[in-house]
Design a protein around this ligand. Structure first.
Ligand SMILES: NC(=O)c1ccc[n+]([C@@H]2O[C@H](COP(=O)([O-])OP(=O)(O)OC[C@H]3O[C@@H](n4cnc5c(N)ncnc54)[C@H](O)[C@@H]3O)[C@@H](O)[C@H]2O)c1
Length: 248
């Protein structure tokens, strides 16, 4: 079966693990070839994409390194063709409340979560313009509206990413590129488990309408929809896929 994304090339930053890995697998299952930029090896993702029969390129790239991300964009173009879909997913979570957070932690969080999305978007913009159906999807967080105190730099960075999504949509509409965000609740990934606690998972489920822990597939389905032709008239939106923990 051809799939909704047949013939497209999708780039997923931070696609070696967690939500990014599931997004890569799901986009491939809908027919897209996949490129992953991650500081960690993408071997597992490579295997998952191979099972779908799609092509895969996984490179060790630090998305805060401007030269590295531009070189990666050139390799993607050479090996898979021009990118149609960019998922800005890579992130770090450094937990500290305002009184304890250091300037280095604040800057590191913004460097990966915000500058990384900015640099990846700059690097892939020529490809996305060429696509005719370009898609930029930023992975953000519903914690922006339900901020736990120790997430001061993370929530602030996700707020910046929400703003970037909004203004980028206005900038790029003339090039037939849509720009949207997906805001997840607390998702069961190795990083979330390592940086929080089971009690925090339970507390989060309590504030959701849907009384179960969110899984990566709850995010990847929304990303796939936004990447598809069905979402051609949606832009500048943050789709809050959080089981109803925020009621804006
Ligand atoms: N897990 C959650 O509870 C949750 C909730 C809401 C939103 N999110 C968002 O979803 C996305 C994925 O989260 P996750 O839990 O899967 O995290 P994760 O840590 O499992 O995955 C993040 C990936 O980004 C990579 N990465 C980190 N710094 C990088 C850099 N400088 N350059 C390239 N790659 C880099 C990591 O190696 C990792 O593979 C993030 O944007 C996160 O903020 C997560």
């Amino acid at each position: 079966m051809a799939g909704r994304l047949a013939g497209r090339t999708a780039v997923v930053t931070g696609g070696s693990a967690g939500i990014g890995q599931e997004i890569a697998r799901r986009l491939a299952s809908e027919g897209a070839d996949i490129a992953v930029a991650d500081v960690n090896p993408a071997d597992e993702t490579r295997e998952l994409v191979a099972e779908t029969g799609r092509r895969f390129l996984g490179d060790k790239v630090d998305i805060t390194d401007e030269d590295a991300i531009h070189e990666f964009a050139a390799r993607v173009r050479r090996d898979l063709g021009a990118a149609d879909i960019l998922v800005n997913n890579a992130a770090v979570v450094l937990l500290a409340d305002f009184e304890h957070v250091t300037l280095d932690e604040w800057r590191r969080t913004f460097a990966v979560n915000v500058d990384g999305a900015f640099l990846a978007t700059k690097a892939f913009l020529p490809d996305l313009k060429e696509s005719g159906a370009g898609r930029i999807i930023n992975i953000t967080s519903s914690s922006y509206w339900t901020p736990p105190p120790p997430f001061v730099s993370y929530v602030s960075a996700k707020g910046a990413l929400n703003g970037f999504t909004s203004v980028l949509a206005a900038n790029l509409a003339a090039h037939d590129i849509t720009v949207n965000g997906v805001a997840a609740s607390l998702v069961r990934t190795a990083t979330a488990a390592a940086t929080t606690s089971e009690a925090f998972f339970e507390q989060t489920v309590r504030i959701q309408n849907i009384k179960r822990v969110q899984m990566p597939a709850d995010v990847s389905g929304v990303v796939t929809f936004l990447a598809s032709d069905d979402a051609a008239f949606i832009t500048g939106q943050i789709i809050v896929a959080d089981g109803g923990s925020t009621r804006r």
